[in-house]
Design a protein around this ligand. Structure first.
Ligand code: CMC
Length: 433
């Protein structure tokens, strides 16, 4: 980051104005470096929801929300989705460059080496209620990985960090599939290292001991695309959670578990599940206007799931790709008359022509179509967010690792605008001693 010029902050009272450096990145808006503001002026900045705050410097992902651009390490998401597989993308996010053939073979091998879970960890699953949401299981089991790798958890050691990153990427499909098998009461299926990452996940989800799951290339390709599109997304809520948890020096398994917990919310990764439930609830094209009316009503906090994004204000490039995949998958699987897909297309058309959605720049996001694609792949709704977490683990570990090796890294410690009571004495009637 280079310093460009300075910004003058004028507190507006009798205090002197403060000069602050303005830093520029490779692309994107410049940032005002306010680190000395409090020391110089005694004031904090106030930015609930971080609408104008860059929390870190990062080389991993770039988003231009106005232009609908998403780059991983400089490469457009469209090109990565068309020409690369998920392992390429994981390598790229972690190492900064795409792997050559030899690097790819070594990386694939290193990930596969870690795909099994310790048998004691497998027994963890039976502690959950059998109808537990898979995300609840994942928060617990991923956090529990912390208890198994004491010998390789020195976060100041780059080799340990890499090993933890590989373990997390490798074990997430196994944990995710086991969370599903546990939920439906089927025996766990162990990973197979002769399969690709996406194939292996489908095998663990859908094989049963009595019958081998036959991999369909259309389904494998669609899952690969879902994984690539969800792999990273700059400093979103769950990634910021991972970074904040990691900033205290917490171990990577605990940090990723925190990220999974954050992702679960319906405003974030839980939106794909919420979106499909919404489409089911609307049920028929004739009821769309009723739901649009609710979403626009100021006195009703109802929102159209899968619409809107904090950063994308024209279109979400992932949503365009996912919509394409949706068409492809439904056509190839003979589901082109799918009721929910037709409903989704009509809801999108009506919303995009509606003044409210135009004015507020609310467009379908990636989760609008990812639920329909996953449903067509035979993945149950309850698993949608878990699959998002599996994909996002690649981004989380890359972001965590980048933060730990950043010389500017400090514990994350926001301040506040206090609006509670002023200092007061405890009344004598409450004295207990
Ligand atoms: N339906 C109806 N109104 C909406 C919607 C929606 N989906 N999203 C935002 N608005 C309205 C909101 O009520 C507010 O109106 P007003 O200005 O009158 O108060 C205005 O638009 C701005 O909303 P906001 O909550 O301040 O915007 P934000 O940038 O803080 O929130 C969001 C972004 C994604 C949380 C929000 O658009 C939302 O809740 N969408 C639905 C959930 C969803 O699809 N989430 C998935 C996000 S993409 C996957 C991911 O990266 O995690």
């Amino acid at each position: 980051m280079t310093q460009k010029h300075t910004a003058i902050f004028d507190p507006g009272n009798s205090s002197e104005s403060v000069e602050l450096p303005v830093l520029s990145g490779t692309m994107g808006p410049d940032v005002v470096d306010i680190r000395t503001l409090h020391a110089k002026s005694g004031m904090f900045t106030y930015d609930p929801g971080y609408l104008s705050t860059a929390s870190s410097s990062s080389k991993i992902t770039f988003i231009d929300g106005a232009k609908g651009i998403l780059l991983y390490r400089g490469y457009p998401i469209e090109q990565l989705a068309m020409h690369c597989d998920f392992m390429d993308v994981c390598y790229l996010l972690i190492h900064g460059e795409l792997p050559n053939n030899a690097e790819k073979i070594t990386f694939d091998h290193a990930i596969k080496e870690h795909s099994m879970l310790h048998e004691q960890l497998v027994r963890f699953f039976s502690g959950f209620r059998r109808d537990a949401h898979p995300m609840a299981v994942m928060v617990g089991v991923v956090g529990a990985l912390s208890a198994f790798y004491h010998e390789a958890m020195d976060i100041s050691d780059a080799v340990h960090r890499e090993q933890s990153a590989f373990r997390l990427i490798a074990k997430l499909p196994t944990i995710t599939a086991m969370a599903y098998k546990y939920n439906i009461g089927q025996p766990f299926i162990y990973p197979r290292n002769d399969l690709s990452y996406a194939e292996n996940f489908l095998h663990m989800m859908f094989s049963i001991p009595t019958e081998e799951y036959k991999l369909n290339p259309v389904i494998v390709k669609a899952l690969e695309r879902i994984l690539i599109l969800h792999a990273d997304h700059e400093q979103n809520a769950s990634t910021s959670t991972v970074r904040l948890a990691g900033s205290s020096g917490a171990n990577p398994f605990a940090c990723i578990s925190a990220g999974i917990a954050c992702l679960w919310g319906p405003a974030h990764g839980g939106a794909n599940e919420a979106c499909l439930n919404m489409l089911e609830e609307i049920g028929d094209v004739s009821r769309i206007n009723e739901y649009i009316k609710r979403a626009k009503d100021k006195d009703d906090n109802y929102r159209l799931m899968g619409f809107g994004h904090r950063v994308y204000k024209n279109f979400d490039p992932r949503s365009k790709l996912m919509r394409e995949t949706c068409h492809e998958v439904l056509n190839e699987l003979g589901l082109h008359n799918d009721r929910l897909f037709k409903l989704a297309l009509e809801l999108e058309r009506i919303a995009l022509e509606d003044e409210y959605f135009i004015e507020k720049k609310l467009y379908p996001n990636v989760d609008y179509y990812s639920g329909i694609v996953q449903r067509a792949l035979g993945i149950p709704t309850i698993m949608f967010t878990a699959i998002f977490a599996m994909a996002r683990t690649a981004g989380w570990v890359a972001q965590w690792s980048e933060m730990i090796s950043d010389p500017e890294y400090r514990i994350g410690r926001p301040r506040q605008r206090y609006i509670g009571e002023e200092m007061r004495d405890v009344p004598s009637e409450f004295f207990r001693k």
